[in-house]
Ligand binder design. Structure first.
Ligand SMILES: [Zn+2]
Length: 342
């Protein structure tokens, strides 16, 4: 099969479009003919390499996959060849206490397609049967591939971790990112008031079209001052973080008393400081979040199929131009998802 493979970590040019062996499925797995694979910041981290994360090389990246089942293993019973599917990115052991409890994102052996195992930047990918999700027929392949990781993550952060309530104020940082554009929609779905930040007025306009109530241009305005002004000095109930070092101080300073900050990433760096006096006296909560459960993803897919949540595709590249797609995602120019078409 054709695949995008890297043999060493580095800049986008380590990504090579070459012939690779077809994946061989196990009894409980399916082989999927990939039609579209959406990129995430995770792909950039995996390609660059991270300390103490030994990515097996050579490696095929890509976590967000939509395609058609080409072949099923001997024990597979719930899907059949020819069926359209979207794949849940998280592959867990299915046997431990966390998996048994349905909180598979806390499985200690869990990884993502395209992270410690090969992913979807290829003509074919293999994955467990349990990762197959119903295909939302109202979406194109590229739109369908754009759903899982960011919507699952945004849902788990806002609904499960931060326990967002109707009428609360939410600050969504980096509204132009895939996870930011998902967070605006999830927060609006739950009846919150959304303040969105982005680095250009063009992105802010798109955030407004997704339902954001107030907009902050973080290049020309100070986030904490604007939040103070918009909320009459109170601050927001929930801060949706994934930016890291660049926004961390503003995020903390934007929290109302008893506010919750929930974070799933650190695209600008992971060094951060917390003033403990501020943390305890204002009774703040700092929450970490990682991916989401398969059950949450099934809920998300139903809402997507019903048109209540909508993936935003910024730009589509052919698989052979994966390196250019990575460079484009790295530039931060996008609003929504960057997707490879296979
Ligand atoms: Zn497990």
């Amino acid at each position: 099969m054709k695949a995008v493979v890297f043999h060493q970590h580095g800049a986008p040019d380590v990504l090579k479009y070459i012939d690779a062996p077809d994946p061989v499925i196990r009894a409980n797995e399916v082989l999927v003919r990939v039609k579209a694979c959406a990129l995430n910041h995770l792909d950039l981290w995996v390609r660059r390499g991270m300390p103490n994360v030994p990515i097996p090389l050579p490696h095929i990246p890509g976590s967000d996959i939509a395609g058609e089942i080409a072949q099923i293993g001997s024990e597979v019973t719930t899907v059949s060849a020819g069926q359209k599917v979207v794949l849940a990115p998280l592959v867990s052991c299915g046997k431990c206490a966390a998996c048994a409890a349905g909180i598979d994102n806390r499985c200690r052996q869990a990884t993502n397609l395209g992270y410690m195992i090969d992913g979807g930047c290829a003509e074919f990918v293999r994955c467990p049967e349990v990762n197959c999700l119903a295909y939302p027929e109202n979406l194109s392949w590229e739109e369908a591939a754009s759903v899982p990781l960011v919507f699952q993550t945004a849902w788990h952060m806002l609904v499960t971790r931060a326990e967002l309530q109707p009428g609360e104020d939410v600050l969504v940082l980096g509204a132009g990112s895939g996870v930011g554009s998902a967070a605006i929609q999830v927060a609006k779905f739950f009846g919150a008031r959304v303040i969105a930040t982005a680095g250009s007025d063009e992105k802010l306009q798109k955030a407004k079209e997704l339902g954001a109530d107030h907009l902050i241009n973080h290049k020309s305005q100070k986030i904490r001052d604007e939040v103070r002004r918009i909320t009459n000095k109170r601050g927001v109930d929930v801060v949706f973080e994934h930016v890291g070092t660049a926004t961390w101080e503003d995020s903390l300073a934007s929290m109302a008393p008893s506010g919750r900050l929930v974070t799933c990433g650190a695209t600008t760096g992971y060094d951060a400081k917390v003033d403990l006096r501020f943390l305890f006296s204002r009774q703040l909560s700092l929450l970490g979040s990682y991916m989401g459960t398969k059950a949450e993803l099934h809920t998300v897919m139903k809402l997507v199929a019903a048109g209540r949540l909508k993936p935003i595709v910024d730009r589509i590249f052919p698989l052979a131009e994966a390196a250019a797609a990575h460079a484009y995602l790295e530039s931060g120019a996008q609003f929504g998802k960057v997707v490879l078409r296979i």
